[in-house]
Design a protein around this ligand. Structure first.
Ligand SMILES: NC(=O)c1ccc[n+]([C@@H]2O[C@H](COP(=O)([O-])OP(=O)(O)OC[C@H]3O[C@@H](n4cnc5c(N)ncnc54)[C@H](O)[C@@H]3O)[C@@H](O)[C@H]2O)c1
Length: 356
């Protein structure tokens, strides 16, 4: 089905509100989730709502929790998210990190114990719009490990995302590089599974360690695993995310004793850097402009329209979906309807919210 941005926000907001979120939290969470759908990342969009409501019901997502500064030391800032909505506590933590970086050109902020943070780009973009280069390493303590170490057969950690955002120049938009360190994000395997589709080669192994394209190995016994992107290099990057995002913040690296049903905890280390510290920001942004032009001037290979920069695909999808509406697959839509019913929204209320 195709739904307009405003209707989807209203529907998501109503589910979160009835599910226990305050009016303000429901507004923030729904807008951030729909932004993920708008930019083409359905894996991190409204399809996460069933997991959020389950988290609240299991007492693992604390819908009224806000972030708290635990420690400040020079440029370092440790924040606890108290298992609140990631979309709420990460916004607070990023605002504090920005204020910190304004004072001393740098902030190293660890946010621990946040419920699911969604797309790391949301926080990187917020910092970049305030003028800072923003670097993020995050781990995920979710109930099942998903990703196998390079050369291993069983999963040992999850999709640990990494992100860097660089402020826009007068000629070019934000550089937004934001990715899971697994070959695909878990939500993309979920979306393929719900649609009954396969995933590309090289993403998954079955329980015997053989390559497979069938996403059911992630959701049905006997369980297989996802692979890290870029073979041993992505594997190393994923470990860095668990160590810097998880262990370093005190939130913890992925260990079996740290995972609990209904809980999706993200721990994230964020580094904000003033672009004006080495030489001048003007030189840096001038070089960024020339470099962007140079890289994008490469002729595309057959079947590709143009060489893109990170962030371009999301901007393109955003324009398209803002105009035409957001496609939601049947499996995800049915789960949303079920979740809406489970928090007490009647069919008539839902109909009124989502019909054209
Ligand atoms: N909160 C969590 O626990 C969690 C866990 C994993 C992933 N995530 C999020 O999932 C989202 C999706 O991750 P993903 O790995 O599926 O992203 P992806 O593979 O779709 O994109 C990764 C990056 O590559 C860029 N890109 C894509 N195609 C390109 C092209 N042709 N040319 C140049 N650049 C291109 C994108 O702009 C993006 O910056 C991210 O926002 C990530 O933060 C969150």
């Amino acid at each position: 089905m195709l739904i307009s941005v405003d209707r989807l926000i209203d529907f998501a907001e109503a589910i979160i509100g009835r599910g226990g979120g305050s009016r303000e939290a429901a507004a923030q969470v729904s807008r951030t989730l729909v932004e993920a759908n708008l930019t083409g990342h359905d894996s991190h969009g409204v399809g996460m709502l069933p997991a959020y409501i389950e988290g609240i019901k299991a007492g693992q997502l604390h819908p009224a929790a806000t972030a708290e500064v635990i420690q400040e030391k020079g440029p370092f800032l440790l924040v606890d998210g108290h298992q609140g909505f990631g979309q709420v506590v990460a916004r607070q933590a990023t605002e504090w990190a920005i204020a910190h970086a304004r004072k001393q050109h740098l902030a190293v902020m660890s946010l621990r114990n946040s419920f699911h943070l969604g797309r790391l780009a949301d926080w990187g973009i917020m910092a970049a719009e305030a003028g800072f280069i923003s670097i993020h390493y995050a781990n995920v303590l979710s109930p099942h490990s998903l990703v196998a170490p390079h050369g291993g057969r069983q999963s040992r950690f999850t999709t640990n995302p990494y992100c860097t955002v660089v402020p826009a120049t007068e000629r070019h938009p934000l550089f937004v590089f934001d990715m899971a360190t697994s070959t695909i994000a878990q939500g993309k395997a979920r979306v393929a599974y719900m649609k009954g589709e396969t995933v590309p080669d090289g993403c998954l192994i079955d329980h015997d360690g053989n390559p497979t394209n069938d996403p059911s190995v992630i959701f049905e016994e006997p369980l297989g695993a996802m692979r890290t992107m870029g073979l041993h290099k992505g594997y190393g990057m994923s470990l860095v995310c668990d160590l810097l995002g998880g262990a370093f913040s005190g939130g913890g690296a992925y260990l079996p004793e740290r995972v609990i049903d209904g809980r999706i905890i993200n721990n994230m280390m964020t580094i904000l850097i003033d672009p004006d510290v080495f030489g001048s920001a003007e030189t840096f942004f001038g070089d960024l402009d020339s470099y962007t032009d140079w890289v994008k001037s490469a002729e595309p290979v057959p079947g590709v329209d143009a060489v893109l920069f990170p962030g371009d695909p999301e901007r393109k999808t955003r324009v398209e979906r803002t105009k035409n509406g957001i496609p939601i697959d049947d499996g995800t839509w049915n789960q949303l309807l079920e979740t809406a019913g489970s928090v007490g929204l009647s069919e008539a209320e839902i109909e009124q919210m989502v019909s054209l």
